[in-house]
Ligand binder design. Structure first.
Ligand SMILES: C[S@@+](CC[C@H](N)C(=O)[O-])C[C@H]1O[C@@H](n2cnc3c(N)ncnc32)[C@H](O)[C@@H]1O
Length: 264
């Protein structure tokens, strides 16, 4: 009887809490955050920085690389895909591209937690250099152009590059900070073998970052863009570049991913 009463009280407490969260609670940032967490949990997403069990699924994974061969890369953290990350498959595709291009110098625009940075480091030669540019949270209000509201959460983080900090491969990684629209790319002109464009997803920024990537990548080098299929700004900017700018005519979308690539 007392167990039934306990359950009833618990149920009443949950109903009260949910009722509050969905009404007056919406005025409160903590409650909104709680709701977002609930939603993300429901959808299998995780918050950036949240401790996620590695591969929480029961059924073992496979993918086209494993089924049909040609997966030559090594990875870490592939199964921890969350907000702001490349998907598991995309991370494998990028790692394989890096392995194939065997770059001496990689430049990434948009570090976030450094999950892709780390995997690019793991798949490049021991003397390769990976430079990764990130917008410091303090500069959010003073960017040269406007970034998308939906990506503010990726800028506002306590640590940029937390996935590789302290990792043995971090010795190959150099972090630089600034706004990609005002950052001085001159030092890297024509010297980069692989550029990964994954900073702001706003149309103007994608145009800016694509131009900057083109200026730093050597002839025969590779530009990789992320989020072509799922951010309107990226989609529109890359479509326009492909159609109107002969330098970008060779862009190709890798099917089954949101990745686009160009051999310069
Ligand atoms: C989607 S996250 C990058 C994810 C990361 N490349 C990965 O694969 O895990 C976007 C990153 O771009 C950064 N960013 C946004 N606007 C930027 C700007 N104007 N200049 C430089 N970095 C920017 C954000 O701080 C964030 O770290």
């Amino acid at each position: 009887m007392s167990k039934a009463l306990d359950n009833l009280l618990l149920y009443a407490g949950v109903v009260k809490r949910v009722g509050y969260t969905l009404t007056f609670g919406m005025l409160n940032a903590g409650s909104r955050d709680e709701l977002l967490k609930l939603y993300n949990g429901y959808n299998g997403h995780h918050q950036p920085g949240e401790n996620v069990p590695v591969d929480p699924f029961i059924i073992p994974k496979t993918d086209v690389f494993e089924l049909f061969g040609n997966d030559n890369a090594a990875y870490e953290g592939v199964y921890e895909c969350g907000f702001g990350h490349t998907t598991e498959f995309e991370l494998k595709v990028i790692s394989n591209l890096v392995k194939k291009w065997n770059p001496q110098r990689i430049f990434e625009i948009g570090t976030f937690q450094g999950r892709t940075t780390l995997n690019m480091a793991l798949n490049s030669s021991s003397d390769a250099e990976i430079i990764t540019l990130d917008l410091p949270a303090e500069e959010l209000a003073s960017t040269k152009m406007e970034i998308e509201e939906g990506e503010v959460r990726y800028v506002k983080k306590e640590v940029s590059g937390e996935r590789f900090i302290g990792h043995p491969a971090a010795s190959k990684i150099r972090q630089v900070f600034g706004d990609s629209a005002s950052f001085d790319f001159n030092e890297y002109h024509n010297s980069v073998d692989v550029a990964f464009v994954d900073g702001s997803h706003a149309y103007e920024y994608v145009l800016n970052d694509s131009e900057k990537a083109f200026s730093i990548v050597r002839k025969g080098g590779l530009i990789i863009w992320h989020d072509y299929t799922n951010w309107p700004g990226v989609w529109t900017a890359l479509n326009e570049l492909h159609q109107n700018d002969s330098r970008f005519r060779g862009i190709r979308h890798i099917g089954g991913t949101s990745i686009a690539i160009l051999t310069v």
